[in-house]
Design a protein around this ligand. Structure first.
Ligand SMILES: C[S@@+](CC[C@H](N)C(=O)[O-])C[C@H]1O[C@@H](n2cnc3c(N)ncnc32)[C@H](O)[C@@H]1O
Length: 271
């Protein structure tokens, strides 16, 4: 059973803009790049599948935010739910998520409802609408800065998110850093590392536990970039404080383009 809810009214211009690039975070641009990159993304998709396989949500309802066509999502993990509410601003999502996942899900008795909606701005309302669901932000939070056009505002909003989600079961996969890798060196190895922020101090003073070793945040960030043979200027996606300090997170390398990589962060939070 497929239902589509169209409460996000942007007019034709907004609809076309979201169709094309969804505020620089998705749309047709994204789908073409994703479809052409699936093979290169395979190691990261496997790391995501391994991460999600360990997540055992207690709710049978999932609110899935910013999943696009679910290019990086494993269908078997989605199949553990009875009902999925998909929220994305991209008008192509019902069609493409339907082709990649929903047909199989339907055959397994999972129902999917699509909402074309700004789920970050509308989060307080959505939390009321779905009191019993668990939540997965699917590589959407790291693009908030692009969408708002203001990194400081994005950082503030992202820091507040965990308070809004208090008492809920939720997780997120999001960009932390992205940038060019050295084209003269061999391509980096796609290996996950564990990362825990140990305090709420500003980054220059903060301590992080990286693969069981405590160190200053700056050293941990350098170690991550070093693993990917980073070169040039890297972008910080302002997502450092999405999770509460002390949350064990998994950092996953992602060959977004052959020589332009990202570090993604994933964690699942229980109330
Ligand atoms: C980088 S893409 C995510 C890709 C997706 N996880 C996948 O595997 O294909 C970001 C997605 O988030 C959506 N998005 C961006 N901001 C959003 C918002 N405020 N509310 C809902 N969806 C949003 C975009 O339309 C896009 O589909």
């Amino acid at each position: 059973m497929k239902a589509i809810d169209r409460q996000y009214r942007t007019g034709w211009v907004g609809w076309l803009r979201d169709l094309a690039n969804a505020g620089g975070t998705g749309g047709l641009n994204w789908h073409v790049h994703a479809a052409q990159s699936l093979q290169r993304w395979m190691p990261t998709r496997e790391l995501i599948a391994q991460f999600l396989a360990q997540v055992q949500p207690t709710s049978s309802n999932l609110v899935l935010i910013g999943c696009s066509a679910g290019w990086m999502l494993p269908t078997p993990w989605l199949a553990r739910f009875k009902h999925i509410d998909v929220y994305d601003i991209d008008p192509l999502v019902p069609l493409l998520f339907g082709i990649r996942h929903a047909r199989t899900l339907r055959a397994q008795g999972v129902t999917v409802t699509y909402h074309r909606s700004d789920a970050i701005a509308g989060l307080p309302t959505l939390l009321q609408r779905h009191p019993d669901a668990c939540w997965w932000f699917d590589n959407v939070l790291g693009q908030l800065g692009f969408r708002l056009g203001d990194e400081d505002m994005a950082e503030r909003q992202l820091r507040q998110l965990k308070s809004m989600l208090k008492g809920r079961e939720w997780g997120s996969l999001h960009d932390v850093y992205s940038g060019p890798v050295d084209s003269l060196l061999a391509l980096p190895v796609c290996e996950a590392v564990q990362w825990t922020r140990l305090d709420d101090l500003p980054q220059e003073q903060a301590q992080v536990n990286l693969n069981k070793l405590n160190m200053p945040h700056a050293d941990a960030a350098q170690a991550l970039l070093g693993k990917l043979n980073a070169t040039g200027v890297w972008h910080d996606h302002a997502t450092q404080e999405v999770f509460e300090k002390g949350t064990l997170t998994t950092m996953l390398p992602w060959a977004f383009k052959p020589r332009y990589w990202h570090w993604l962060q994933a964690a699942w939070v229980r109330p």
